[in-house]
Write a protein that binds this ligand. Structure first.
Ligand code: HAM
Length: 427
């Protein structure tokens, strides 16, 4: 007979989060939610799919994300894409829900998957999770500081130290135009000695040339005019106020004119959080202001600022800096085993009694014959307690409670077991 069974693997750059890692992921999500909610940010869960034109309009037609990295589906006449980032969908949802009219200042957070068809590498995946923090509807520089502070607090809560907050202003409108011109004039004489990506960026969006990681290009950029010298008085003052607010929050920042983010919607403040020990791909978080996006997408002229933390780069940072979060896995607390044969029904109902009382419990469904093999399975599964049902104990109306960690065993009634477990932690 022909063996037509094939092996299936997840697509390249896309991976599963298995139960063994679940506890860690939930810890990241819970930490993110706690820190955001502490500052009045409310959870939003925007759509996973959006019309493609939303991203073309917001992220930008000539950005890497839109040109090369979107997972796009054509359904009839509609082109829809899996979200490559969260901000565009959040602004779309904000407008569609009418907040811009009813309550324009909104603080939102979200954690969930994003999709980019990038070349997979360490910490770069095609499906990845971001923690998004977005403050919409205001130009107040304190909000810029607030979102940076939430992101930085997130890493600190996980135990990461040595994070660098790199901040810049990308200007806006006229001052940015003047800067682009000056930068073009500076780079033009050496453009032939730049890498292909820089040559392309020189044509498409000259500020992005400064983001090149190639050492030769970086050397050519030494002495490039810094954008901060081109800012209008108003934009300069905003930038100063952001830094002041960050200082008030106890945050030290590095002003880095090389932070020129790759999404078109940014205006004024931009920032990245880096762990320098991770090398050139050290950004764990990126964000900034996007003061025109609400209007670009059909709403009023309101400011906004936000950022997104990548979970995979965060996990790599934890791993490489040797931080153990000491989280306990999530095996059921109790493994119910049979003392002898013919106990299947009792095992089943004892497990349900424990569950009703609020304790997670499982039982053997592999028909293990001996108690020894059941106890071995319980130990391997990481369960703390074993409740043994049947035997003479049953005739006495009791069960055995075995503490697998302490290697202790006591004969108790089921009510006493519930009482005892109640003094432990509940699910
Ligand atoms: P971004 O810089 O494209 O910004 O992404 C933010 C963070 O997401 C990065 O610093 C990185 O940690 C993580 N990240 C990005 N791409 C990947 C990937 N392929 N695999 C794993 N992690 C990745 C944004 O997405 C903006 N929407 C941020 C923002 C929010 N700006 C304003 N509001």
């Amino acid at each position: 007979m022909v063996n037509d069974r094939e092996n299936y693997r997840s697509p390249r750059g896309i991976r599963d989060i298995l139960p063994e890692e679940g506890v860690l992921w939930r810890h990241l999500e819970a930490t993110a939610a706690r820190l955001a909610r502490l500052r009045g940010y409310r959870e939003i869960r925007p759509a996973l799919l959006e019309e493609t034109r939303l991203f073309t309009r917001s992220v930008g037609e000539v950005t890497d994300i839109v040109q090369k990295e979107m997972f796009t589906l054509q359904k009839g006449k509609n082109s829809i894409s899996l979200r490559p980032e969260g901000t565009a969908g959040i602004v779309r949802a904000y407008l569609e829900a009418g907040y811009a009219k009813t309550a324009p200042v909104q603080r939102f957070y979200h954690t969930g998957p994003m999709f980019r068809y990038e070349r997979p590498a360490k910490g770069r995946e095609r499906m990845f999770t971001q923690f998004d923090i977005e403050a919409l509807g205001s130009l107040d520089p304190r909000l810029d500081a607030e979102v940076v502070h939430i992101a930085a607090s997130f890493f600190e809560a996980l135990g990461l130290r040595g994070l660098e907050i790199r901040i810049n202003s990308m200007g806006d409108g006229e001052d940015r135009d003047r800067y682009r011109e000056a930068l073009r004039t500076f780079i033009a004489p050496t453009i032939e000695r730049h890498c292909d990506l820089c040559k392309e960026r020189f044509q498409r969006n000259v500020m992005r040339v400064l983001d090149c990681k190639n050492q030769q290009c970086q050397e050519l950029h030494e002495g490039a005019p810094p954008i901060l010298e081109f800012l209008s008085p108003e934009n300069s003052e905003h930038f100063e106020s952001v830094q002041l607010a960050l200082r008030e929050l106890g945050r030290r920042v590095v002003v880095d004119p090389g932070i020129v983010r790759g999404l078109d919607y940014y205006t004024r403040t931009v920032f990245e959080l880096h762990l320098p020990s991770l090398g050139p791909r050290s950004a764990l978080c990126g964000g900034g202001r996007y003061d025109h996006l609400i209007q670009e997408l059909g709403g009023p002229d309101l400011g906004a600022v936000g950022c997104a933390v990548g979970f995979s780069p965060t996990l790599i940072a934890l791993d490489e800096t040797g931080i153990e979060l000491g989280l306990v896995g999530e095996s059921a607390q109790v493994y119910v085993a049979a003392l002898g044969e013919g106990q299947a029904q009792d095992v089943f109902s004892v497990a349900e009694t424990l569950r009703q009382a609020g304790f997670s419990a499982i039982y053997d469904v592999e028909d293990r014959r001996t108690l020894k093999s059941q106890l071995k399975a319980a130990g391997k599964g990481g369960h703390r307690f074993c409740v043994l049902v049947g035997g003479e104990e049953k005739e006495r109306g009791n069960v055995q409670l075995k503490d697998l960690d302490a290697s202790e065993q006591h004969e108790l009634t089921l009510e006493e077991v519930v009482d005892f477990l109640g003094k432990q932690s509940r699910v």
